[in-house]
Design a protein around this ligand. Structure first.
Ligand code: PHE
Length: 356
């Protein structure tokens, strides 16, 4: 029996030094040390021995059991060290490797222009505000001195908003539309009731148009001053300040008589051409970019008394001036930006976008 016990120890040591997974180790534990395992089986033989023999064999049995347990502990620690180093190996990371730089984008050309414009007007005390881009007929037309059915409305090729039943949505302030100009913000700003007003409202506008010079969606910046003594002189000063700040100190402006229903008198603001320097000619040949030395920027004028009334004020007490110019057009008039098709701005072509 002593031999059998010592043989079991040798067998266990050999087996455990070769085992290579924790699962196999558990199987071996049951097989050798389990309640019905090999050791328990052998020890059953103790019962048949004499007291003397029991003493000797009992001591051997203890020694063998301790030996087997030691072999198990060794195997277990060997396997857990191996598992830890395998984990280290698979999760190893070289923190000194150069990283992958994230692609850094930049603001779109139009967004940059909006920021520039906002900053220039901020110097003159104009506060940026936002007004709805989906609005009611009242604010876009009616309050702007264009009663319904007035033919002047045709100049603003307007998109109306239809509901699920296919009918144009209508509310207390008329039909729902996509603002065709930022002038809808004028009466809305006056309705806030805080005077005097020096507003610069920049937002999206929508018109039924699309060609090399027009987009169905574009941006305008609307200036509005409402005060007790607003004057054309002040309007002209604001135009000059903007033109020199945005286009450069050598550019000059002129106000050309025009007509809008919501201003009186009305003007178109022209800016001297960057290509011919305002002369209309390059090397004795007619300038290709401008009309006789001038480029059209957009509309302006003294706020019409009816608009001031619509804003809840007395036109004998308050006066004002306003202007509304296209962001994209203004930006394209900046010297050196030779874009021949305005639609490229919103095609999301990175080869174009990344240049700015
Ligand atoms: N709203 C006009 C347009 O879209 C521009 C304008 C604004 C003219 C304010 C005069 C005063 O063309």
């Amino acid at each position: 029996m002593e031999n059998e016990l010592r043989q079991l120890l040798a067998e266990a040591q050999a087996k455990l030094s070769a085992v290579d997974t924790m699962a196999d180790l558990e199987v071996a534990r049951i097989e050798i040390l389990g309640r019905k395992g090999k050791l328990a089986e052998l020890l059953k033989g103790l019962a048949a021995l004499s007291i003397e023999e029991k003493k000797v064999i009992g001591a051997v049995a203890n020694e063998v059991k301790t030996g087997i347990e030691k072999a198990f502990m060794e195997a277990e620690s060997r396997l857990s060290v191996a598992a830890a180093s395998a984990k280290n190996e698979s999760e190893w990371l070289d923190v000194t490797l150069p990283g992958i730089a994230p692609e850094v984008g930049h603001a779109h050309l139009t967004t940059q222009a909006i920021e520039d414009i906002t900053n220039i007007f901020a110097h003159l005390g104009f506060v940026r505000s936002r007004h709805p881009e989906v609005d009611w007929d009242y604010y876009a037309f009616e309050a702007m001195n264009m009663p319904s059915d007035h033919p002047a409305r045709d100049d603003w090729e307007t998109f109306f908003v239809r509901g699920e039943n296919g009918e144009v949505k209508t509310g207390a302030k008329g039909k729902m539309l996509l603002t065709p100009h930022t002038s809808n913000g004028q009466v809305r700003e006056m309705e806030k009731g805080v005077f005097p007003i020096r507003m610069i409202s920049i937002g999206k506008c929508f018109r039924r148009q699309a060609d090399v010079r027009h987009l169905p969606m574009f941006h305008q910046f609307e200036g509005l001053v409402i005060d007790k003594k607003a004057s054309v002189t002040e309007l002209k000063g604001v135009c000059d300040y903007f033109a020199k700040s945005y286009f450069g100190p050598d550019r000059v402006t002129r106000l050309r008589p025009y007509h809008f229903r919501f201003t009186e008198p009305s003007f178109e603001l022209d800016i001297s051409c960057s290509v011919c320097g305002g002369t209309g000619k390059v090397d004795e040949v007619k300038c290709k970019l401008c009309k006789e030395g001038w480029l059209e920027l957009g509309g302006a004028g003294m706020v019409h008394p009816n608009v001031i009334k619509a804003g809840g004020l007395d036109p004998d007490e308050y006066s004002g001036f306003a202007f509304g110019w296209g962001v994209e057009r203004t930006m394209m008039m900046r010297a050196g930006l030779n874009i021949d098709d305005i639609r490229i701005l919103y095609k999301n072509d990175l080869r174009f976008i990344r240049q700015f």
